[in-house]
Structure formats: C-alpha cells, structure tokens
Design a protein around this ligand. Structure first.
Ligand SMILES: [Ca+2]
Ligand SMILES: [Ca+2]
Ligand SMILES: [Ca+2]
Ligand SMILES: [Ca+2]
Length: 504
C-alpha cells in the first residue's frame, strides 16, 4: 500500500468533514474530495499537481479566518494552516529533512515543530508479507484453530469433559496476528465430550485508522493516508480483585473527547458494567479470573465517533478455584452456596482444619476475618490478593447472598501436593430451591477446567448437598501448574447428602 496514492479514507476522511464543518470551512460528505472550486463545499489536494503534499479546505462562503484555519489543519495532522486567498491551506510548511514537504516548517531536529521523529506520510507503508488465511483441507484436533475454515474449531475432536482451551474461530493464518486475540472453548460432556463454541476473543475486522492491525494481516493501519487520532490497544493484563482504571485521554490523547464504556465480563463474574459508563475517567472491578472485553466509544470534539474494543486478561498465580451459581435467577432470590478446598489427606472429613472454607479460611475485605488454619505454607505478598494479608490457602470472598463468585486460592504449593474441591449448599435462603453450580479452576493463570452446572439441593438450612467436584495435584517448582481430575462418575457429578460430610 502506498500512502501517496491520494485521497483519505475511513474514519479520518470523516474527521476532515467534521473538523472543517465545525469550523465553517466547508467539506461535505458528498464531496468527491479532489474536485475544483465550484462554489460549494469542497476539499482539494495541493495546487501544485503533486498528490498529498497538503490539503485545502474551502469555505462555502468564500472567507477564511486564520485562527480556525490553523486549528483545523493541526487537528488533521498538518503543522501549518494558513489562509491563501479565501481558502485554508494545510501543509507541512516547507522543506524538511526528508524532502517530502510533509513534516517540515519547524525548528526541531527532524524539521517539524512537535519534537517527535518526522513521520514521512508520503513514504510507502512497508509491511511484512501478508500471512494469508492459512486454510487447509482438514481440521486438525486439539490445536484450538479452525484449520479448515468452516467456522468451527476442533470440530469432531474428542476431549476430556470440562477441559478448557484457547481457540480462534477466524482463519488460522490470522491467529495471534495484530489485533486478533484468542477466545476460549469448553469441552462439553461429563467424561469424554466434544468442543463447544469458541467464545470471546477478537476476530479480524475491516481495517480502520486506529493504530491497530484490525484485519490481522500483520500491517497496522494499512489504509491510504491514515493518521490515527485514537489509540486502541489489542489486549492488556492484570490480576483478580483489582480495579482497572479507564481514562478517555488514553484512547484520545488530544483530549476533549467524550467516552462511553462497556464491559463484557467472563461467565461467573458479578461485574456487569464499569463504575460510571459515561464518565471521562472511570474504572471497572475484576472479581474473577478470565477475559474482560472492554469497548470504549469515543466521540471526538468534531462529532466523529470511533469505537475501540480490547481484552483485559485477568489472571492470578497458583491454583485458583472459582465458583458461581444460579445464573439468571432474579436478584431478590438469594441463596448461600459454599466452596470447600481440602488438603488431601490428612483429615478425612469436611468442615475441619484441613478444609479451607467459610469458617476458617476467609480473608475478606470486611473487618471480620475468619482465618484460623495453618497448613504450613508461607503467605503470598499482599499484592496477590488485594487484602491486608494473603495466607495460603485462602478464600477471598464468602458470598452468602447469591450467586458468587466465591474463590479459593493456593499459591506456592509443592510439586505433588494434592487437594480436593467440594461445594456445599449451605442455605437456600429466599430462593428456597435448588442451586445450579459451576466451578472453574485456573493453574498459573491458565484456565484449565469448567465443571457444571451441577444441581444440588438444600432441604434443611445449613445441611444441603455436597458436590465433590475434583482433585487437584500441584505440579512444578512454583505451584503454578497442576493436574486436575474430575470426580464425576460416568455421566453424573458426585453429589451426596449433607450426612456424607464425615467422609472424604
Ligand atoms: Ca474447523
Ligand atoms: Ca483445529
Ligand atoms: Ca492491517
Ligand atoms: Ca487499524
């Protein structure tokens, strides 16, 4: 793609229209962009016959005022804007270091007045070879790619029920290129199953002028004459139980834009929106691990709208077990389901000091803290759990009013240390009925399994069913890897009455 071919495209073309219109300079959407002065709104290229060495904004009324002309040109990326007769002429201002007359006019080293390296907009945009779609004749199993480009990932492949893998539903050649980001898929089935849909992630989209390689051809903003006014990342990462700051000027550095924010949280998260969806500066809370998709809609000072979508990967260290239940149950129907994380052995029953649960293991944000167990593991740094103390193991939330998440953490387990995860239906509360519970396990920040929904019942407060979910064995030197074995038998989860609490 050669940027000297002339004519602007995409969002910046609209920016010209809007900027010029805002300043009374004229430039309409119906303009052909390079036409001669005809008494109407128009935009023309430089008058010397060369393409794209400047820009002229013509006013419908035939007048040109110096200050708004200079401002309009600056907003369009031209350091010089001056009235020449009754038109506003935007230009680089003169000869500069690279001789292309697009960035000169100032006194700094590279010949433009902004102190930044000179950007040669007339130079061809050099891109690596397009990686291509990479579609093949057959699907290859367990690679998370749609090898045969039929829109399905690892279709027809057998997998262990509950397993999670990263996946990409776009063409395999675009995977992890530019702005493309993997999603995740879950193996549906109890013992053996098949891969469910690949959800989340960011697929190739038409290229727009935003500083990002939207179409994932390994070339950023391969458009004609793109000078992005926004900054749009592809992805970011942080840890659970943290607030993530959002600032409009990070996405529209020139300032003066209006931003609105939206977040799509991973399943099980209680976060449904950012704190103030229409504030210039706001934040969003990440309560569980997973991928949060954030979309910021930016309206610049000229009324031009840009949309930027990116993913924040939220990952903790060690072994992290996250539980939630009763998706979609109405908000006034609360219930109390508890997560239990047991060391295996020494004690062979639940609800004791070998069981990390609500009575002995909670490090909550509230003033009351119920932490009495000691399994011999050192504390993690306080940054690991955003609490005053981060012992191991620990429950960071005891959610007694419905739907979770409730999370158990175990950092720094030794190779071979083993644990068992269970769920107990403590109290049906105002809901008064079953609970459909899900459990997800991360090891070292990697999603490994999702089990459920498993339906458990509660006939007596404090004494509902126990779902024995899975055994986890720590692997590696840092406790960040693990083997996970479901305790489901055949086609059913292992669910027993409360009276089974004395057995393991
Ligand atoms: Ca496929
Ligand atoms: Ca595949
Ligand atoms: Ca591109
Ligand atoms: Ca782009």
């Amino acid at each position: 793609m050669n940027r000297s071919e002339g004519g602007r495209s995409g969002s910046l073309g609209c920016a010209i229209v809007a900027a010029a219109a805002a300043l009374g300079l004229g430039c309409s959407a119906s303009d052909d962009g390079t036409g001669p002065t005809d008494g109407g709104r128009d935009r023309v290229e430089g008058t010397d016959g060369a393409v794209d060495d400047g820009l002229i904004l013509e006013s419908e009324g035939g007048a040109c005022d110096a200050a708004p002309c200079t401002a309009a040109c600056a907003d369009l990326g031209y350091p010089v804007g001056e009235c020449v007769g009754d038109v506003c002429s935007c230009s680089g201002g003169g000869a500069d270091a690279d001789g292309d007359e697009d960035g000169g006019g100032g006194a700094d080293a590279d010949g433009d007045p902004d102190g930044e390296p000179d950007v040669d907009l007339d130079a061809p945009l050099v891109c690596p070879p397009d990686p291509g779609d990479g579609c093949g004749p057959t699907e290859i199993c367990d690679n998370g790619s749609d090898d045969d480009c039929d829109g399905q990932v690892d279709e027809g492949c057998s997998c262990v029920g509950g397993s999670v893998q990263y996946c990409f539903a776009g063409s395999p050649g675009r995977r992890n290129i530019g702005g493309c980001v993997d999603g995740q898929q879950i193996c549906t089935g109890m013992e053996w199953g098949t891969w469910g849909p690949c959800e989340g992630g960011i697929l190739p989209e038409p290229e727009v002028c935003d500083g990002k390689d939207n179409d994932c051809n390994d070339c950023v903003d391969d458009l004609e004459e793109c000078r992005p006014s926004i900054v749009c990342p592809s992805e970011d990462s942080t840890t659970p139980l943290t607030w993530y700051e959002l600032h409009c000027t990070d996405f529209y550095p020139d300032g003066g834009a209006d931003c609105t924010w939206d977040v799509v949280s991973p399943t099980g998260s209680a976060t449904t929106s950012v704190e103030d969806p229409s504030a210039e500066d706001t934040r969003v809370y990440f309560d569980i691990s997973g991928d949060y998709v954030i979309t910021v809609t930016i309206v610049d000072p000229y009324g031009v709208t840009y949309v930027c979508t990116f993913i924040v990967h939220v990952r903790g260290q060690g072994i992290r077990v996250e539980m939630w239940w009763n998706d979609g149950v109405s908000a006034d129907s609360t219930s109390d389901v508890d997560l239990h994380f047991h060391r295996n052995p020494p004690a062979n029953a639940w609800f004791n000091a070998s069981d990390c649960y609500y009575a002995d293991c909670v490090i909550g944000p509230m003033s009351w803290v119920t932490y009495t167990i000691d399994w011999g593991y050192p504390d993690s740094p306080t940054t690991a759990c955003a609490r005053r103390r981060c012992p191991n193991p620990r429950l960071d939330i005891d959610d007694v009013e419905g739907w979770g998440p409730e999370n158990a953490n175990m950092d720094g387990a030794h190779d071979g240390d083993s644990f068992r995860v269970a769920v107990h239906y403590y109290d049906a509360d105002t809901w008064g009925s079953y609970a459909d519970v899900n459990v997800r396990v991360y090891c070292g920040g990697t999603p490994r399994v999702v089990y459920g929904p498993a339906r458990i019942n509660n006939d007596t407060p404090g004494a509902g069913d126990i779902w024995r979910v899975a055994d986890i064995v720590a692997r590696g030197a840092t406790g960040d890897d693990c083997d996970i074995t479901s305790l489901a038998t055949g086609t059913a989860y292992d669910i027993r009455p409360d009276s089974s609490r004395s057995g393991f």
